[in-house]
Write a protein that binds this ligand. Structure first.
Ligand SMILES: Nc1ncnc2c1ncn2[C@@H]1O[C@H](COP(=O)(O)OP(=O)(O)OP(=O)(O)O)[C@@H](O)[C@H]1O
Ligand SMILES: Nc1ccn([C@H]2C[C@H](O)[C@@H](COP(=O)(O)O)O2)c(=O)n1
Length: 668
């Protein structure tokens, strides 16, 4: 996950490959609750692992429910409609799919068995209405108090005497989650008799209610439905675990990749999406129809889709989006690529989601140059006449972050030059799709020249690696420690007994190095050599063998391959002069020889190597002289490099200086 302040997406061009979707959030949280309320244990497969499911799991554990991993699945041992814990304070983040159903279920259980529960979340959760659900629960005798503002969480559920009686009325035109919460909770009261729910107003987001009914059936409760206005829960309904249950991929998350296929995949190599398809029980699967109406070509199987570009530009749309409220946000960004204005109607529910999504989408689309008009329940988007680079605010709303990533394809819509897009607070995608951006980068391509590189060159022990790693971490970029490649070649040569002057054998060795990098360090032929590479004699030998042009040539391709989305920070001696001469920011890092010897001394001692500071100073000066004087790719600043002497600068200040230079070069 990108836990950076922002993530810059360079202009993107094409998409191909296969995406495996994470589990559906709506199904995951419903299944977790149903499993917890059931008799027996349920083994849940393919559950979504995200912020919203984590708050649900934590709450269920607090309530005394056993939730344990079993292999790749999660085993939930149900409480059988009883209370194992009678008092708890539950923090439910910003998860509406946890807050509403838990509020309803615990209000009933607190009344039936005696209990006291407080439910709250993040500040935005306390701005999301819940009054209609509370009113419905009060009709049957639940005792619910508002602990903050009337009509909003946090809530206290304590006491009361729930009784089956007249039909329970609930509004259906603000959020379908109120009805879903009642449908999930009321079977707990059905030992008293049949329960009827009557929906007031036109029910919105019906497909989500269909998911609820479908899952109730899987857990043994058959609800009778009369149109969309009357629902009957039979007397003596009882939740029974189905044993095993599989969560299908998230159809709302599929929308970004369906759109991606429509924008940037070719018929010869469509984008394949696995986890949802024609058999999906999720309403957002109908996003496929909307995408097709805009020109996407789609082929589908029971649980997969293949998508590629049909019409171009996309066809403008005028659509009632009540049936796909979440996925419709993706249409608003696809509209940037359409032949005219696209109007999305009947989306009033956007205003009470993670943020006021109509206002947020309008504000951010305008930043890119689009013309946008909005009303209480619609948005109309006219494609930009001139695209502008934009830093997209995401309002702690995962869907805004994900759908705006599609704006990075503006080059395909004729933006000249194509503009980069900055996504602020990218980690908000953790709500439903923690590795969304990694997944995106796995299936998109761009011109390597568009992938930004920051180079940091300089003499040994100047702090290049430390600085490069700090900058890469802040930007979410990949890291290339090119010295490690030369050091690994030196170590391998030492072990193979290849003399330092045998250029041909050294080059052959470098060309076939079984080298691998991961979070644990550098691996040579399956052995972690991270510490071995830091030995001084290995560095000195690396300096000698790196003077051979054939060795440098053998390692060039490997270094270039590090230039991957979303960007790269590369440190070494010739990063800015030879390997990445087009890098938009080049830094030449120096520090006095005495300072560097002192740092290296400390570094080696801390790793358990013995070292003498005077010897280190001598070696380091000899190494600098050799690296500077060699004929091929000598150590020297690129003509356009920024000089940084960090002798008296802390690591943090050095990182900040480079980030400041980087920001000055960015168009945001
Ligand atoms: N600004 C700084 N202030 C103090 N210590 C620093 C600073 N920058 C780096 N160091 C320390 O100096 C030591 C050497 O840093 P680092 O390994 O990053 O240098 P390098 O230039 O990459 O070395 P080499 O070229 O040998 O790979 C490390 O222990 C690091 O923590
Ligand atoms: N781009 C590079 C990186 C490194 N080298 C050589 C010269 C160095 O003395 C040696 C070890 O590098 P270090 O890990 O100390 O950065 O490798 C090079 O020639 N070009």
């Amino acid at each position: 996950m990108y836990a950076t302040e922002f993530l810059d997406l360079p202009p993107l061009r094409a998409a191909a490959g296969t995406v495996r979707l994470p589990g559906s959030k709506s199904i995951s949280n419903r299944v977790l609750l149903l499993a917890a309320l059931s008799d027996g244990a349920t083994l849940i497969h393919d559950l979504l692992d995200s912020d919203d499911t984590r708050v649900m799991i934590t709450a269920l554990k607090q309530l005394g429910c056993a939730v344990e991993p079993q292999g790749e699945a999660l085993r939930v041992t149900g409480l059988g409609g009883r209370l194992a814990v009678r008092e708890a304070q539950l923090f439910l983040g910003n998860a509406g799919t946890a807050m509403r159903p838990l509020a309803a279920s615990l209000a009933l259980l607190a009344g039936l068995h005696g209990g006291r529960f407080e439910l709250g979340g993040v500040p935005r959760m306390h701005e999301r209405p819940i009054g209609d659900l509370v009113d419905a629960l009060r009709q049957i005798g639940c005792q619910i108090d508002y602990l903050g503002n009337e009509g909003y969480p946090p809530l206290r559920l304590a006491g009361g005497q729930p009784r089956v009686g007249a039909p329970i009325r609930v509004r259906g035109d603000v959020s379908s989650q109120f009805l879903t919460a009642l449908l999930l909770a009321l079977p707990l009261l059905s030992h008293q008799g049949e329960l009827v729910i009557e929906v007031e107003g036109e029910l919105i987001s019906k497909p989500y209610v269909e998911i609820t009914l479908n899952l109730l059936r899987r857990f043994g409760v058959e609800v009778a439905r009369d149109g969309w206005s009357r629902f009957t829960i039979p007397a003596h309904s009882r939740y029974r675990s189905p044993g095993d249950i599989h969560v299908e991929g998230d159809a709302s998350s599929a929308s970004y990749f369906i759109a991606l296929g429509a924008l940037a995949a070719d018929a010869a190599a469509p984008l394949r999406i696995e986890g949802v398809g024609a058999d999906s029980i999720q309403g957002d699967i109908r996003f496929v129809e909307a995408a097709e109406a805009m020109g996407a070509q789609v082929r589908q199987g029971p649980n997969w889709l293949e998508v590629w570009r049909g019409a171009w530009p996309l066809k403008a749309l005028d659509l009632d989006c009540n049936h796909i409220p979440d996925a419709a946000m993706t249409l608003a960004v696809m509209a940037l690529y359409a032949s005219g204005p696209t109007r999305l109607r009947n989306i009033a529910s956007w205003r009470v989601k993670e943020t006021d999504r109509i206002t947020a989408m309008a504000t951010e689309l305008r930043k890119l140059g689009a013309g946008v008009s909005e009303g209480p329940d619609f948005i109309e988007v006219t494609p930009p006449a001139a695209w502008q680079p934009a830093a997209i605010r995401t309002y702690d709303d995962h869907r805004i972050a994900m759908c705006f990533s599609l704006a990075a394809f503006n080059g395909l819509a004729g933006a000249r030059p194509p503009v980069p897009v900055r996504i602020l607070d990218p980690k908000c995608v953790a709500k439903t799709f923690p590795d969304y951006f990694e997944t995106l980068f796995g299936v998109v391509t761009t011109d390597p020249a568009d992938i930004p590189v920051i180079t940091i060159d300089g003499p040994t022990a100047s702090g290049k690696g430390t600085l490069a790693s700090g900058v890469a971490q802040k930007l979410g970029y990949h890291l290339l420690d090119s010295g490690a490649l030369y050091r690994a070649t030196a170590l391998a040569a030492q072990r193979a007994g290849i003399p330092a002057d045998d250029e041909a054998r050294l080059a052959a060795l470098a060309a076939a190095l079984p080298l691998h990098f991961d979070e644990q360090g550098v691996w040579l032929d399956g052995e972690n050599v991270t510490d071995a590479l830091r030995r001084e004699e290995v560095g000195a030998l690396a300096s000698q063998i790196s003077a051979h042009p054939a060795v440098r040539c053998a390692l060039t391709g490997l270094q270039l391959a590090f230039r991957r989305l979303p960007g790269l920070v590369a440190d070494g001696r010739d990063m800015g002069t030879v390997i990445f001469p087009d890098a938009p920011l080049k830094v030449f890092l120096t520090a006095s020889a005495a300072t560097r010897a002192e740092r290296r001394h400390k570094q080696l001692i801390s790793k358990g190597f013995s070292a003498n500071i005077d010897d280190l100073l001598q070696d380091l000066e000899a190494r600098d002289a050799r690296d500077r004087s060699r004929s091929t790719a000598p150590l020297k600043p690129a003509e356009d490099a920024m000089s940084l002497d960090n002798s008296a600068l802390s690591i943090e200040a050095s990182v900040q200086q480079v980030l400041d230079w980087w920001q000055q070069r960015r168009p945001f």
